[in-house]
Structures are given as structure tokens and as C-alpha cells.
Design a protein around this ligand. Structure first.
Ligand SMILES: C[S@@+](CC[C@H](N)C(=O)[O-])C[C@H]1O[C@@H](n2cnc3c(N)ncnc32)[C@H](O)[C@@H]1O
Length: 270
């Protein structure tokens, strides 16, 4: 190709490049404008969705609350009609529904089972009485009926609602909200003298054997020698193995009237 033609071609290219550069700037600005617009619209849309979601949540919350109130009114009326008190059953069922494994039962222990457990406690022996997993307090009530001063009770319960209830019912008792399986840590520095007994409603079989063993050993360390560790179970076998060093075991008859039927085991370390 002759030189002038080549130069003309080169000038043409340069012209195209300059044109492209000018257009590129404009296109970039246009894209930026669109992105900004999109971001703004997205923000508005997000806020709208959030507001709608919050409004729905509030509405559902209000519906649940009003349904709850209706159910509670029905329960109250039923209780009045039948001369019953279902609050504890309802509370317990709710707790089981939320945490079945931790609650371990759908209904609180019946009076016969609670009396059988309390029957292993001698109120004349001094010292604190520790109850593990008191729930709504049927065994606590039986202990008090047995002659135990509520001020001697140390109630260790995981469920904060049950703790609130227990504090209302037994204002002089010590109510600790915490994990009974960390007994030593939970009670560190609290007991002024060795405990006279430990009474447990914990669903022990939901825990591995070594956790159960650690719990009873920690309990024995807090108690007078020979003091009872009283435990109920729906199972047919003892939650603590028989061949434990220096630990004696005894069992009650099965309490058939309880739902479900249960047995009380007592462990003592000499
Ligand atoms: C089977 S219920 C027995 C309740 C009551 N003692 C009765 O006889 O009706 C077990 C109770 O133990 C409590 N619990 C379960 N795990 C616990 C833990 N690690 N520490 C303290 N309380 C616990 C539950 O919240 C529940 O109240």
C-alpha cells in the first residue's frame, strides 16, 4: 500500500479511537446512573418488604396472643367447673413440647409418686435438701407436706419459667436456674453445711452413663455420709448401675397410679 493511503488509514483509525473514547465515557456514566437508580429502587423495595414482614409478624403475634388468651379462658372455666387446677399440667406440657428431652415427661409427677419420693426424706436430719429438676414443684410440695421447711430447699431447675413459678410458691427457698449436671460448680460456696438429701426428677436416661455417674458422685460429695440421693424413673431398670463402689441401692414398688407408672430409686454412699 502506498504511504499516503497508509497515513489516511492511520488517521481514520485514530479518529475512530477518539470517538470510541468519548462514547465510552458517556456509556460508563449512563451505566453508573442506572446502577445508582437500581440501588435506590432496591433499597426502597427492601424497606417495603421489611415493613410488610414486620406488619405480618405483628399480626401473627397478635393472633397467637388472642388465641392463647382464649385457650387460657377456656382452661380457667373448665377448672372452675370441675374444681381442678390445670395450670401446672399446661405449663409442663408446653415445656415438654418445646424441649421434650430436657423436660423428660409430658405431665408433672402425680401426688402418689411425689409422696413416695418425699417419704425417703427424714425432716429431722439437719441440712439443706437439694432438689434437681423440680419442674412445677409436685415433689417440692410433698417435701414441705412431709415437714421440710421450704427455707432448707435448694431448687435447681433449668427452665426459667418453672424457676419463676417456684420463687413465687416458695419465696424462702433458694431457686437456682442452671444445669444440674454441673452441680459442684453451681453450688460452689453456697452450702453452709452438708446436704441432708438430694431429690432428683431429672430425666437421667437422656444422658450418657458417665454424666449420670458424675452427677451422683458430685451429689455424694455435697451430702452427709449415708444421705439419700432419691431419683424416680419410668424405666424398668435403675439409671445408676448396681455395682458402684460403696453405694447402696434400694427401690420402691412401682407407683402404678402415676402416668406413666414410675419407680423410685435411692442411692446412699457410706
Ligand atoms: C421429668 S421432669 C420432673 C419435674 C418434677 N420433678 C416432677 O416430678 O413433676 C424433669 C425436670 O427437670 C428439668 N431439667 C432437665 N434437665 C435439667 C438440667 N440439666 N438441669 C436442671 N433441670 C433440668 C426439666 O426442666 C423438668 O422440669
Amino acid at each position: 500500500m502506498p504511504l499516503p493511503a497508509l497515513q489516511r488509514l492511520e488517521r481514520k483509525f485514530e479518529q475512530q479511537i477518539r470517538l470510541f473514547e468519548t462514547k465510552k465515557g458517556a456509556i460508563e456514566r449512563e451505566i453508573d446512573r442506572h446502577i445508582e437508580l437500581f440501588e435506590r429502587k432496591k433499597g426502597v423495595l427492601e424497606r417495603k418488604i421489611e415493613q410488610k414482614f414486620e406488619a405480618q409478624k405483628k399480626k401473627i403475634g397478635q393472633t397467637i396472643e388472642s388465641q392463647k388468651k382464649k385457650i387460657e379462658t377456656h382452661i380457667r372455666l373448665f377448672e372452675q367447673k370441675k374444681g381442678l387446677r390445670l395450670d401446672d399440667e399446661v405449663r409442663f406440657f408446653r415445656s415438654w413440647f418445646e424441649k421434650p428431652l430436657a423436660t423428660g415427661a409430658v405431665t408433672p409427677s402425680g401426688k402418689a409418686l411425689a409422696r413416695t419420693m418425699a417419704g425417703y426424706i427424714d425432716p429431722a436430719i439437719p441440712g439443706p435438701i437439694i432438689e434437681l429438676g423440680p419442674g412445677t414443684g409436685p415433689v417440692t410440695e410433698a417435701l414441705v407436706a412431709q415437714g421440710v421447711d421450704p427455707a432448707r430447699l435448694v431448687l435447681v431447675e433449668f427452665n426459667p419459667h418453672f424457676c419463676r413459678l417456684l420463687r413465687q410458691r416458695y419465696p424462702t427457698a433458694t431457686v437456682l436456674q442452671g444445669d444440674a449436671y454441673s452441680l459442684r460448680r453451681l453450688l460452689a460456696g453456697l452450702l453452709q453445711q452438708p446436704a441432708a438429701a438430694v431429690v432428683s426428677g431429672l430425666p437421667l436416661f437422656t444422658k450418657p452413663l458417665r454424666t449420670r455417674l458424675r452427677l451422683v458422685q458430685e451429689a455424694f460429695a455435697l451430702m452427709l455420709p449415708g444421705a439419700p440421693f432419691v431419683q424416680f424413673t419410668y424405666a424398668t431398670v435403675s439409671p445408676i448401675p448396681k455395682a458402684l463402689d460403696r453405694v447402696r441401692q434400694e427401690a420402691s414398688d412401682r407407683v402404678w397410679s402415676n402416668i406413666p407408672p414410675a419407680r423410685v430409686w435411692v442411692y446412699r454412699k457410706d
